[in-house]
Design a binder for this molecule. Structure first.
Ligand code: DX5
Ligand code: ZN
Length: 213
């Protein structure tokens, strides 16, 4: 299991220290939540803040856009060369076109699905994707409760992925902890995002290692 701590739960007054700490603790990716106050009822950070984050990080960035104007934000963040740039299917009229654009910028494209969105809706996009991110909470905030129906949804997605593009990874975001990590693994998840679980612990390495099932 790969582990991507979400910096939404980091101490923003000591961001550089926290980014270095999770990288030293052995995380695989640094998950960055970008919220625009329109698509979700919360507002986070732009490139002015993510640029120093990218500099401090010794692990690749995994940028999760929760925005209405995806094109605009893809252009803003592409120069920071994240490993993954993911956008929500629910906010994009032309997902296939945006996937090609992200790939053309040399970044791995990923799509995010809200808890209610059917995996079948992306069946014909899977061949062009490097990752699908399934939300296991409603996007907008850290520290929410895990929605268990995501396990069944992950299994369905895994079947579609096996059929259409076995190289596509499955990431799950929201309410992940040592309590549900084994079920997530068994359902076919490759990468977990964990915010409050990692940053709320007194030992980041121990927390990250506990998710490595
Ligand atoms: C929620 C964000 C998540 C969030 C996860 O919209 O996408 O990345 O930070 O936080 P936890 O792990 O605390 O649920
Ligand atoms: Zn996220």
């Amino acid at each position: 299991m790969l582990v991507a701590p979400s910096i939404l739960s980091a101490d923003f007054g000591n961001l550089e220290r926290d980014i270095k700490a999770i990288c030293d603790a052995g995380c695989d990716l640094v998950h960055v939540d970008v919220m625009d106050g329109h698509f979700v009822p919360n507002l986070t950070i732009g490139p002015v803040v993510v640029e120093p984050v990218a500099k401090a990080a010794t692990k690749p960035l995994d940028i999760h856009l929760m925005v209405e104007n995806n094109n605009f934000f893809v252009d803003l963040f592409a120069p920071l060369k994240p490993k993954y740039l993911s956008f929500h299917l629910e906010s994009e009229k032309h997902p296939h076109r945006l996937i090609q654009k992200i790939r053309g910028l040399g970044i791995s494209p990923a799509i995010v699905l809200n808890p209610h969105t059917k995996v079948e809706d992306i069946e014909y996009l899977l061949q062009d994707l490097d990752m699908v991110l399934l939300m296991s909470v409603n996007p907008g905030f850290g520290g929410q409760k895990f929605i268990p129906t995501i396990l069944e949804k992950t299994k369905k997605l895994k079947e579609l992925i096996n059929k259409r593009n076995p190289n596509c990874l499955i990431e799950v975001d929201g309410g992940v902890s040592n309590k549900n990590i084994q079920e997530l693994k068994d359902a076919g998840v490759d990468i977990v995002v964990a915010g409050s679980y990692v940053f709320g612990s007194s030992d980041y390495k121990e927390a990250i290692d506990s998710l490595r099932v």
